[in-house]
Each structure stands twice: as structure tokens, then as C-alpha cells.
Ligand binder design. Structure first.
Ligand code: TMP
Length: 253
């Protein structure tokens, strides 16, 4: 394949220049990290699963009119996306207490929240992504009040779609994180859901057993991450064929 220009390399993905102006190719790596990169591993096939799962969720969102950067999947590990300007915020929506809210506020994990709670974190690895308020966001110009109103509306629509989609396959959507991008059509600016939606950025609990089917399996050493993600993919009917993403010699008949 011809060499492509790399635009950005993150912990789990790489962005390359796309085939047409305004597009990028998003490549899903097998690398996994947690705790600000303190814990790292390579989980074979994770990138293939997340590429498929993110395609599934983003396609679903596009189909109900929630704008996303996703255009189409290109191959096992890559998807074509719209190039956008990422707002430097992690937007977290919580339905059930778990993780940092449980720690910070002393709420038992698994406690249902009275309503979906939205939190914002400033994307800055060196600062360990600190939680910020709407006051910080508008005062420092990361987003306007109008943007924030639109982001909250988008986040709640994603929550409704994702909760329903997961409930249909016996999984509870505990919480998730999304990132929002801006695109410009002339003078007109629009917000859309960018980055990825996958078990890397959600908490997913099996409703019948409470089993964790997300990145907490890796963060907390609870077993095989690829088994957990494969289970989510299998239930949603998006599991790629066996041996997907594996390299190595192939038998020639
Ligand atoms: P938290 O409980 O650690 O704050 O995480 C809330 C949700 O957001 C959880 O599903 C994991 C996701 N998340 C990310 O995907 N990336 C991050 O950097 C953080 C802090 C959370």
C-alpha cells in the first residue's frame, strides 16, 4: 500500500490523511492502556472488534439523525471519517454509579442514578484529564454556551440510543464517554459525534449476571478483554469471521 501521511497517533488509534479533502482514515490499534498509560498491553484483535463495534454504533446514530464523523468502514482495522476539529473535552454520561463517581462521592458501584448525569473532563494527558465545569469551558473558550447546550442534547440522544441498543441484547449501559467535533460548511458550524464508541469507552454490564463486558476487565484484571468484547460483538451480530485481524502464514490449497 502507498505510504500515507500520519496526522495523529493516540493510545488506541492512528489518524491518517484521507483519500479526499475533509476526510481522514481512522486506524484501530490493538494497544490497550489504562490509568493514564500506567498499565499497557496489546490485546490481539481488539482493534478489529472496536472498528466493527464503533461502525455499528455510529451507523445506528447516523440512521436516527444524530450526526457523527463516521462515513464507512474501509477494512478490518480502518474506517473513513470526516475530518473535524475536536473540542478538547471528554463528555461522560452516567446512568449508574461506577468508577470515578463512586470513588469521588462515595456512592456504591451499581447504584442507579436518579437521572443521567453528564460530566465534562478537559482532554490533557499531562493534567490527567481533570473534571471541569461549564464555567471553565465557556470562560476558557473551549466551547460556547450554545455549543454546550447542543453537546448535552447530543450526549442524551447518544445515551438513549446506546442504552436501548444494549438493553435489547441483555446489557446495561452504565456509563460512556464521547468526544465531539466541529465541522464547517462555509460560515456554518455543526457539531458531531467523533472519535469512537466501543467497549473501550463504555461500561457495559451483563444484566443477568452483572459480568463486566468492557475495559474494566483490563483495568481491574478480571479476565480476557477480547472474550468480553467478542461477547458484545457476538450479541450485536457484528463479530467478524474467525481469525480476523490475525497475521501470519496462510495455507495455500
Ligand atoms: P470514569 O468512571 O473513570 O470517570 O469513566 C467514566 C466512563 O468514561 C467510563 O465508561 C470510561 C470512560 N472514559 C474513557 O473512555 N476515557 C477516559 O479517559 C475516561 C476518564 C473515562
Amino acid at each position: 500500500m502507498a505510504r500515507r501521511r500520519m496526522i495523529y497517533e493516540g493510545k488506541a488509534k492512528i489518524l491518517y490523511e484521507g483519500p479526499e479533502p475533509g476526510t481522514l482514515v481512522q486506524y484501530f490499534k490493538d494497544d490497550t492502556s489504562a490509568g493514564d498509560g500506567a498499565k499497557k498491553d496489546v490485546i490481539e484483535g481488539k482493534g478489529v472488534l472496536n472498528n466493527r463495534l464503533s461502525e455499528y454504533f455510529m451507523n445506528g446514530l447516523n440512521s436516527i439523525g444524530v450526526p457523527t464523523h463516521f462515513i464507512r468502514r474501509l477494512n478490518m482495522r480502518e474506517q473513513l471519517v470526516r475530518s473535524c476539529e475536536i473540542i478538547p473535552l471528554e463528555v461522560v454520561v452516567r446512568n449508574v454509579a461506577a468508577g470515578s463517581i463512586s470513588k469521588r462521592l462515595g456512592i456504591d458501584e451499581g447504584t442507579p442514578l436518579p437521572r443521567p448525569i453528564i460530566e465534562f473532563y478537559y482532554k490533557d494527558d499531562a493534567l490527567h484529564d481533570p473534571m471541569v465545569s461549564e464555567e471553565h469551558i465557556t470562560a476558557f473558550g473551549w466551547a460556547s454556551q450554545q455549543d454546550l447546550d447542543d453537546i448535552v442534547a447530543l450526549a442524551l440522544r447518544v445515551n438513549d440510543f446506546m442504552s436501548g441498543t444494549m438493553l435489547a441484547v441483555g446489557i446495561k449501559l452504565v456509563d460512556f464517554k464521547i468526544e465531539i467535533g466541529r465541522i464547517y460548511d462555509g460560515d456554518y458550524m455543526r457539531l458531531l459525534v467523533a472519535d469512537e464508541i466501543s467497549p473501550d469507552s463504555c461500561r457495559l454490564w451483563d444484566i443477568a449476571t452483572g459480568q463486566k463486558l468492557d475495559k474494566d476487565v483490563f483495568r481491574r484484571d478480571l479476565g480476557s478483554l477480547s472474550d468480553a468484547y467478542s461477547e458484545v460483538a457476538r450479541r450485536l451480530g457484528v463479530l467478524p469471521p474467525a481469525n480476523a485481524g490475525k497475521t501470519g502464514p496462510k495455507l495455500v490449497h
